[in-house]
Design a protein around this ligand. Structure first.
Ligand code: DC
Length: 235
């Protein structure tokens, strides 16, 4: 018997582990909504830099509370708008990369964004949501929990390639340092640190192709759907 319920698929992992790429393809193949929660932290960080309020937590919290964030996922591409302004490209800047972990340490910023994420998550069809605290805090009861990981060197090489493809040349060593710093902050912060929950499936992407990592996740999803009598269609 099949039911019309859809699955909530939660993916956590460190920067550069392939979460966005993998989650996007998984969502597309299932016809689910893809939600990049990092983009929300990045958008707040971008605005805090632009408004020159990075050193004022109260103002950053106020900003997070008052802004309207819209995430869109069409034809495999995500875009983000804040108060109707498109910030899709802006949130990927080197400056945002440098400061986003510090902004995401602020407890009240997290509270506001987690609330928004839960609202998006339960409102729509099935979802694939990725971040640092999706399996631990946002959706601890997600149907499928994945912890994506890869070695620091591999992650740095991937990020360098991504930058190069977008026309920015940054030495791998600099990226490696930035990732290492973000890993340390994300994993050691007081509020919702990045950690693997017991029932998450660990997928190490260091030595597998994107197709392979997508297949591993879709296999986990299919098994869960079968067990729960939930119908899924994989395109
Ligand atoms: O996945 P990303 O690199 O775009 O995430 C940017 C930063 O945002 C990351 O360093 C930590 C933070 N983040 C978070 O704290 N919680 C999330 N759910 C998503 C991202």
């Amino acid at each position: 018997m099949s039911m019309s319920k859809n699955l909530i698929i939660a993916i956590d992992g460190p920067a550069g582990s392939g979460k966005s790429t993998t989650a996007k393809i998984v969502a597309q193949k299932l016809g689910y909504l893809y939600i990049d929660t990092g983009a929300m932290y990045r958008a707040i960080t971008f605005l805090a830099i632009r408004d020159k309020i990075l050193d004022n937590q109260e103002k950053i919290i106020e900003l997070a509370k008052s802004c309207k964030i819209e995430l869109n996922f069409t034809n495999g591409k995500t875009s983000i708008k804040v108060n109707d302004e498109d910030l899709t490209d802006e949130i990927r800047s080197v400056d945002v990369n440098k400061n986003v972990s510090d902004v995401s340490k602020i407890e009240d910023v997290r509270k506001v964004l987690v609330k928004k994420q839960r609202e998006i998550g339960v409102s729509g069809p099935g979802i694939v949501m990725e971040g640092r605290d999706i399996t631990t805090v946002v959706f601890p009861d997600a149907d499928v929990k994945i912890f994506l990981t890869a070695t620091l060197d591999e992650r740095a090489i991937r990020r360098a390639k991504e930058y190069a493809e977008n026309g920015t040349k940054i030495p791998v060593e600099n990226i490696r340092e930035n990732l290492h710093r973000r890993d340390t902050i994300d994993s050691n912060r007081k509020v919702s640190p990045l950690r693997k929950v017991e029932d998450a499936v660990v997928v190490d992407t260091s030595y597998v192709t994107i197709d392979e990592q997508v297949k591993i996740i879709l296999d986990v999803v299919t098994k869960k759907a079968n067990e729960s009598g939930i119908e899924i269609n994989i395109n």
